[in-house]
Design a protein around this ligand. Structure first.
Ligand SMILES: Cc1cc2nc3c(=O)[nH]c(=O)nc-3n(C[C@H](O)[C@H](O)[C@H](O)COP(=O)(O)O)c2cc1C
Length: 130
């Protein structure tokens, strides 16, 4: 399993339960289907159950990132998977992401080729809505 742990339910369940004692502003998880910056559609469903376990164990605000768009984020919040959905790549590719989400405007696709530097490409040239 991830991080070389054969019993992630016990390990992360214990950690998250203990985190309740610290009054954290939030706990941020990344969807287990995310492998680096790519979403694995065939990931082990055991991890989905672990997210739900950690959701139940953590008493504070739970934030999750990982492959979300406007609709899937709304659904994840509505069904209690998370309290807050975070966006990574959509923010890279959409300088006006909050306004786009508000208006239901389509998003620019992120170009992974420019994620890790080079020149200004991928940093300052993604277009805004107008
Ligand atoms: C260019 C790039 C660099 C990233 N670097 C890190 C990192 O250093 N540490 C980390 O925990 N996640 C890192 N991530 C993962 C993001 O924090 C996020 O969990 C991931 O992109 C899934 O969210 P998204 O689908 O909204 O992009 C990185 C993602 C991208 C695209």
């Amino acid at each position: 399993m991830g991080m070389g742990d054969e019993t992630p339910e016990a390990t992360f369940g214990y950690i998250v339960k203990k985190l309740n004692d610290y009054g954290l502003a939030y706990l941020h998880l990344v969807e287990p289907a995310m492998v680096g910056t790519v979403k694995d559609e065939n990931f082990d469903p055991r991890w989905d159950a672990i997210i739900k376990l950690l959701r139940d164990e953590f008493k504070g605000v739970l934030m999750i990132a990982g492959g979300y768009d406007r609709d899937t984020a709304e659904k994840a919040i509505a069904n209690g998977r998370a309290d807050i959905i975070a966006f990574g790549r959509p923010f890279i590719a959409n300088p006006d992401l909050p306004a786009r989400l508000r208006d239901g405007h389509p998003l620019n696709a992120a170009d992974s080729a420019s994620f890790f530097g080079g020149d200004v490409t991928g940093y300052t040239d993604y277009p805004t809505m107008n």
